[in-house]
Design a protein around this ligand. Structure first.
Ligand code: HGA
Length: 610
């Protein structure tokens, strides 16, 4: 979602802000802006619709200079994509604000502030922050005091950075619901909504906690908790290895990330997967003491992570004999649910900042789950800090908005969790050995699967003029069909729906004709024959099918059925393997359609608003 960068320094901070924005651009990319202060006492603001490069060009043209500055890339929630709605927002050319989140009571605030004489120049909720702080500042002795008083009026979520033209030596930041991190430099300090933005200037970070308000100057950081008490927060040396900067010769980040999967899965398994077993402390120190008592797993996630959870349910129940429910976070958080005895709550999120998932975790803690585990890709993220147990997927920075390697490393994590919980719940030796064998072979199988790339590229041409498509799967391949459909929707804008293939005759068969390609993910197990019957049902109605299947599954291609042979693999890892051809299919269809593959319309990475 929106990206925030701020800096207080002695040098010109324009380049630091722009580089930070470029690194966060994939989070939100409808408009961008910068506000700068220097000793001249002038507040300079430049905003542009479109990509950060447009903003950078404009700032260069205007010779932008400033030693203190705040910057933002926007993913609009309130107010259309216009320059007037782009951040930073100002109040009487004195206060400048960038904001990530939603001020839910903005209409009431807007009314109140209008009555007090403030003129609004945008449709955003964010502008109410600027005017509120400006108003409260009249009766406060400092900017931080004004912000501390102001936030009491805000309902909703905010990560916000605020500057006062009258005092270029400091900025004030406040966090509630949207992440903010302070980067510590030498004689200069920085702020961002994600550490990635600041990696070129520092690796030392303070992660603000819920309700924190902080004042940042060149030489100091003073933090106050939600009660207004001064607090010390730990300084963390960043362990984020990957510098997200380049595409390594690939045309898009998404393609690079698809091809990275064998390597990141190998890395994720390194030191965790032994010859005869898996390490015992995978989910945190003393995790086994908790996990041995788990009798039920409740998985909460959104989007692609939800599909990883759906797949995990098949594994946990089939192999580990542990009952499992999976629910979309935005549903779970707003309904009454029943907690099963000895229930482990598992959240999944690439960023660890997904607003709905985080809210669901906080709710679950009140509901009395025996423990909470998060499967996450970002160390130090909110989900990691707020969960009892955590597992890092080690996928490296994922820049493409459509998730690829984050998904396959999440699935890998769930196979490890299945083995771990299975230990205490009667996982058979045969299943255990098969799963271990599957995991050992996984990186090489992923590599082999990527060699299908050229075939799939050719296949993609047949989709380019289609408007609808159907994805079918059974068993643990049903969530993979769902993920395949999501990928195609996200980046090619072709309408795609996924069905458990046994459901076909209960409705979707009515849609079948030759304009509706049907993509079938064939399982490599006892459900194969059932799926073959479903395929015949489609064939009998003139449907055109694309079947991804093991060679041994013996699908015979013809005019109505294209068969793509996927490498033979151990059944438990098949969902991970079959994900790759579907990712490649979406990628190449999007390429032919000429969409913005890495930054598809209307979407953004790291969904920090609900
Ligand atoms: N509500 C603000 C900020 C949106 C946001 O945080 N997106 O991630 C706006 O619409 O400008």
């Amino acid at each position: 979602m929106c990206g925030i960068v701020g800096a207080v320094a002695e040098r010109n901070v324009v380049e630091i802000l722009l580089e930070g924005l470029k690194r966060l651009e994939y989070r939100g990319y409808d408009s961008a802006g910068v506000a700068l202060l220097d000793q001249s006492g002038e507040l300079r603001r430049v905003r542009r619709i479109g990509k950060v490069q447009e903003l950078a060009d404009a700032i260069t043209a205007e010779n932008g200079l400033g030693t203190t500055g705040i910057a933002h890339t926007r993913w609009a929630t309130h107010g259309g994509v216009t320059e007037a709605n782009a951040h930073p927002h100002t109040s009487t050319e004195r206060i400048a604000v960038v904001h990530n989140g939603i001020i839910e009571n903005y209409l009431d605030l807007r009314q109140k502030l209008s009555n007090q004489g403030y003129t609004f120049s945008s449709d955003t909720d964010t502008e109410t922050i600027a005017h509120t702080v400006n108003e409260v500042l009249k009766t406060s002795s400092s900017l931080i005091e004004a912000v501390q008083k102001s936030v009491k009026q805000f309902y909703g979520a905010y990560g916000t950075v605020i500057m006062d033209r009258e005092d270029p030596s400091r900025v004030v930041v406040a966090r509630s619901g949207s992440p903010l991190v302070i980067g510590l430099g030498l004689g200069e300090n920085f702020i961002a909504s994600d550490q990635l933005a600041l990696l070129p200037v520092t690796r030392r970070f303070i992660f603000l906690e819920e309700g924190d308000v902080a004042e940042v100057t060149r030489r100091s950081v003073s933090i106050f908790d939600h009660n207004g008490n001064a607090v010390e927060r730990e300084i963390v040396e960043s362990s984020v290895e990957h510098d997200a900067g380049d595409k390594a010769g690939y045309r898009h980040y998404m393609l690079k990330e698809i091809h990275e999967q064998p390597t990141v899965v190998r890395n994720a398994l390194q030191g965790r997967l032994g010859d005869d077993d898996i390490a015992s402390d995978l989910f945190g120190k003393d995790a086994d003491n908790i996990l041995k008592d788990v009798k039920h797993v409740q998985i909460i996630a959104c989007g692609t992570s939800y599909h990883a959870g759906m797949t995990a349910r098949y594994w946990l129940e089939q192999y580990a004999n542990v009952s499992c429910n999976v629910e979309i976070a935005s549903e779970f958080r707003y309904r009454k649910s029943v907690v099963h005895p000895n229930s482990l709550l598992v959240t999944i999120s690439q960023s660890g900042e997904t607003a709905d998932t985080l809210a669901a975790l906080r709710l679950a803690k009140e509901l009395g789950y025996m423990s909470t585990l998060t499967i996450c890709n970002v160390p130090g993220s909110s989900l990691v800090r707020e969960s009892d147990l955590s597992y890092m997927t080690k996928a490296g920075a994922e820049i493409g908005v459509a998730s690829t390697k984050a998904f396959t490393t999440q699935l890998t994590a769930f196979l490890l969790l299945t083995l771990t919980l299975g230990r205490y719940n009667g996982l058979t030796e045969e299943h255990k050995q098969n799963m271990l064998k599957g995991l050992h072979s996984l990186p090489a199988k992923l590599e082999e699967t990527l060699t299908l790339s050229a075939n799939i590229e050719m296949l993609a041409e047949e989709f380019a003029d289609k408007h609808h498509s159907l994805f079918l799967g059974r068993g643990d391949q049903y969530p993979i069909a769902m993920e395949g459909a999501l990928k195609l929707k996200e980046i090619s804008y072709i309408h795609a729906e996924a069905y458990a293939s046994g459901e076909l005759k209960h409705g979707p068969l009515a849609l079948i004709d030759e304009e509706m390609p049907v993509i079938v993910v064939a399982p490599n197990n006892e459900l194969l024959e059932k799926l073959k019957s479903n395929v015949e049902e489609v064939r009998a109605r003139g449907g055109i099918m694309y079947v991804f299947a093991d060679k041994d599954a013996n699908f015979q291609g013809d005019d109505t059925m294209r068969v793509i042979n996927v490498p033979h693999c151990e059944p438990s890892i098949a969902p991970i393997i079959y994900t790759l051809p579907l990712q490649l299919l979406s990628y190449y269809v999007a390429l032919i359609k000429g969409t913005d593959v890495d930054q598809p319309r209307n979407l953004a990475k790291s969904v920090t608003v609900e």
